[in-house]
Design a protein around this ligand. Structure first.
Ligand code: C2O
Ligand code: CU
Length: 458
């Protein structure tokens, strides 16, 4: 079923809800000079802002986004995590990229509430400044918090040490970061991630576009409740996140509710989102995002009272207490997808290594002709197996799968960390016809072949 097939339009008709508004947004990605708090960088950003301006809609709304490409290269917008109509997905298999100087209007109904984001699906553009939050309020919003803070994490090199395209070429030609300039630097590694923690050593890590030297400040009153929406827009970095002096309660994974779990810190891979709720104490607290297995961190400050602002070297003991991982999560009952014998099972064996820098699925590099077939209405099971020494945050477009741990439970997600030697089972209902990418959300792995297509057959 091609992106323009009648089945795609039928599925979109079923998403229509009475009372949905039309929300219009203009986006102009362009070359921009941006102050990241440690000096100005030249990068590519939506309307010159980093992160791009948040889009906020209500589930059932129709979003009309006019993209006017002012970049020197073709681009698209991919709406990460949304079960939207296939021809608006902005991916390789659904759209020819929009040329410089041209416009394209994305027009689709936003089905589900939650924390989402958007970014290009062309080359290495994600590792520039092209990303922004897309927040979808549910129609029956329970609310119950005083603040709603959106936090976008990123690993940054563009315009500082190199460009993402040059970095990719270097990795692919075997020039690893750790033997740069004859200095032997340690390769990133992390017990929490079960092995290698990344391929790229970044000069900076950003929280809402700022380095830890010049952090964003969130202000509130003691005793207030904040909902914190975390988005990892990094290309090669997982983050370990904590709010000093606080316990967090995790309420959503990739936009979908989970049974609330308390944690001191949590691990977030590239492309993932987690929503937290926290009751604020009195003082000034670092909200700290340690680059997992790497040297460096991003930070914001939460200020509810008097006190000296800590600097970037502050110690946050919560980072080394109970670190919540995806294995601790379980979908809330209203979104849990009960177990059922799958009609189709696809195994995706993840392969590759630093030396060849060929990252593969089932032994193959990305080839648009090689697809994983499914039929509309089927129950589908994906089995990700990781035969490499590094974690891969695997992302499926257009669907939110049910992760199934050994006990049959698990969270709903669209992006999941698969650790070395691990097998992850992910079930979904094939109810959104079209052609959908499945890929590693490490941008350098994706750009080196770790991508395939889930294809609905007519
Ligand atoms: Cu966030 Cu295929 O991407
Ligand atoms: Cu990967």
């Amino acid at each position: 079923m091609r992106p323009d097939s009648p089945a795609v339009l039928d599925a979109e008709k079923r998403r229509q809800q009475a009372g949905g508004r039309v929300v219009r947004v203009n986006l102009a990605p362009r070359v921009s000079a941006i102050d990241i708090g440690s000096g100005a960088v030249s990068t590519w950003a939506y309307d010159g802002e980093l992160p791009g301006k948040e889009i906020r809609v209500t589930a059932g709304d129709r979003l009309r986004v006019e993209l006017s490409n002012q970049l020197p290269a073709p681009t698209t917008i991919h709406w990460h995590g949304l079960a939207l109509r296939n021809d608006m997905d902005g991916a390789e298999v659904t759209q020819r990229p929009v040329d410089p100087g041209s416009t394209f209007t994305y027009d689709f109904i936003v089905p589900d509430g939650g924390t989402y984001w958007f970014h290009p699906h062309v080359g290495m553009q994600l590792d520039r400044g092209l990303y922004a939050p897309l927040i979808v309020e549910p129609r029956d919003e329970p609310g119950g918090y005083d603040h709603d803070w959106v936090i976008v994490l990123d690993d940054w090199l563009d315009g500082v040490s190199t460009t993402p395209d040059d970095q990719l070429r270097k990795l692919q030609s075997g020039g690893m970061d750790h033997d740069m300039g004859g200095m032997s630097m340690e390769m990133p590694s992390s017990p929490l991630l079960g092995g290698d923690a990344g391929d790229v050593i970044y000069p900076y890590y950003l929280l809402n576009g700022r380095t830890a030297r010049a952090p964003r400040v969130f202000t509130a009153k003691p005793g207030q409740k904040a909902r914190i929406r975390l988005i990892n827009a990094g290309a090669d970095t997982a983050f370990r996140v904590a709010l000093a002096g606080h316990r967090l309660t995790v309420t959503h994974s990739d936009g979908f509710p989970v049974r609330p779990v308390p944690a001191d810190a949590l691990l977030i891979g590239m492309g993932e989102r987690y929503d937290l709720v926290v009751t604020l104490g009195d003082g000034v607290f670092p909200l700290y995002a340690q680059a997992e297995g790497k040297k460096g961190q991003a930070m914001a400050l939460v200020r509810t009272g008097a006190g000296q602002a800590p600097d970037a070297t502050v110690r946050v003991p919560e980072l080394n207490r109970r670190v919540l991982q995806v294995g601790d999560l379980d979908a809330a009952s209203e979104v849990f997808l009960a177990d059922k014998t799958p009609d189709t099972t696809h195994t995706l064996a993840l392969g590759g290594d630093m030396k060849s820098y060929r990252w593969t699925i089932n032994g193959r590099l990305y080839d648009p002709e090689e697809t994983l077939p499914v039929r509309q209405g089927e129950r589908v099971r994906l089995r990700f197996t990781n035969g490499t020494t590094m974690f891969h945050p695997m992302h499926l477009h257009g669907h939110t799968f049910q992760v199934r741990w050994a006990n049959g439970r698990g969270p709903r997600k669209d992006t999941i960390i698969v650790k070395p030697k691990e097998t992850i089972t992910a079930d979904f209902v094939a109810d959104n016809p079209g052609q959908w990418m499945i890929h590693c959300h490490n941008a350098y792995h994706q750009g080196s072949g770790m991508m395939t297509t889930l294809s609905y057959m007519g």
